[in-house]
Write a protein that binds this ligand. Structure first.
Ligand SMILES: Cc1ncc(C[n+]2csc(CCOP(=O)(O)OP(=O)(O)O)c2C)c(N)n1
Ligand SMILES: [Mg+2]
Length: 332
């Protein structure tokens, strides 16, 4: 699909909804950062600001009943798949109304009823789980796809290659989506790998690969739609490498001493939300008033999520042993 035609191919309402969702992810994390500063969020969190077009563009290519796995930088993935900022905020505050009853925090989020199989603090840890889920879908004949998000750093893990190989051999319905943001913590991709291209390394496993501008919602969506079509046909997995950037530090304590302010501002000029807004405006789908209305709506929705989370109860201490083991745990 040509750049010029992308805006007219998709339904206008859907494009506006996806632009709004990207805004929601950004405002949600900005608010979260503030809540962290106030001591309202226990544990840690890794923000995805700058990477919103990857989460929203990729999930846009799925059916609602498809499945998603995430990584440690998972708030955008979770919001794109569940569209439920209230339960996410409650989970991050450790409240009983959260996705996992307040037990997971940022690093082990999951929402099975919406097909969000989980974030994970173990780098690369969800890739084999995505492959296992894809094997289940194939054996059960559900026709569902699994979309697996991970970072460039995860591709240095042995288990990543084992999982991609197995998916290729068994032609499993999985789309591997690498958000290459140039760094694993402070380590630049060029220093971590003699061959920095994730797509070239993955291609050695015998599956098709594609690279895409991860700041461009339309490009991401198109690449994932093509990959999903192949996987859904039964022709096996595809790996997509999306070039993107995290606008914030790796985690809350990172001051980004390993990268230059010039590099940061170059990428900020390609803010995926601004880029999508400009595309929608140029196509006559969004004007300044509508943009302002959406921004106000999103602000209100995040405030509502915060109010919901704050007013929710903490988990009942009497339930502390629930979910530790399936079946009947006697406490012995
Ligand atoms: C198995 C394992 N090794 C190391 C770490 C520490 N660690 C946490 S995040 C991270 C970097 C991950 O980089 P990448 O996959 O590129 O994701 P990004 O943070 O850039 O989104 C590392 C090494 C970990 N969590 N798990
Ligand atoms: Mg990275």
């Amino acid at each position: 699909m040509s750049q010029a035609h992308a805006e007219t191919t998709y339904a206008q309402d859907e494009l506006i909804a996806h632009y709004r969702l990207m805004l929601l992810i950004r405002r949600f994390e900005e608010t979260l950062s503030d809540l962290f500063g106030r001591g309202e969020i226990p544990g840690t969190a890794h923000f995805c600001m700058g990477q919103e077009a990857c989460a929203v563009g990729a999930v846009a290519a799925l059916r609602p009943d498809d499945l998603v796995t995430s990584n440690h930088r998972g708030h955008g993935h979770a919001l794109a798949k569940t569209r439920d900022p209230k339960r996410l905020m409650a989970e991050l505050m450790g409240k009983a109304t959260g996705f996992c009853g307040g037990r997971s925090g940022s690093q082990h989020l999951c929402c099975i009823d919406k097909g969000f199989l989980g974030s994970n603090g173990i780098t690369g840890g969800m890739v084999p789980i995505a492959v296992g889920a894809a094997l289940s879908q194939k054996l059960l004949g559900t026709g569902r796809i699994v979309l697996s998000f991970f970072g460039d750093g995860a591709t240095g893990q042995g288990v990543f290659h084992e999982a991609v190989n197995m998916a290729a051999v068994w032609r499993l319905p999985v789309v591997f989506f690498c958000e290459n943001n140039g760094y694993a913590m402070s380590l630049p991709v060029e220093k971590a790998f003699r061959e920095p291209s994730v797509a070239r390394r993955a291609a050695a496993h015998g599956l098709p690969t594609a690279t895409v501008d991860g700041m461009d919602y339309f490009a991401v969506r198109q690449a994932v739609e093509d990959a999903v079509a192949q996987a859904r046909r039964g022709d096996g997995p595809v790996l997509i490498e999306a070039f993107t950037y995290r606008f914030c530090g790796h985690s809350k304590s990172d001051e980004c001493a390993y990268r230059s302010r010039e590099e940061e501002s170059c990428w900020r000029e390609r803010d995926p939300i601004v880029l999508m807004g400009e595309r929608l405006q140029a196509a006559g789908l969004l004007d300044a008033d509508a943009g302002k209305r959406l921004a106000d709506e999103v602000q209100a929705e995040v405030a509502e999520a915060v109010a919901f989370a704050r007013s929710s109860p903490l988990p009942d201490p009497a339930t502390v042993q629930e979910f530790l083991l399936s079946g009947s745990y006697s406490g012995d």
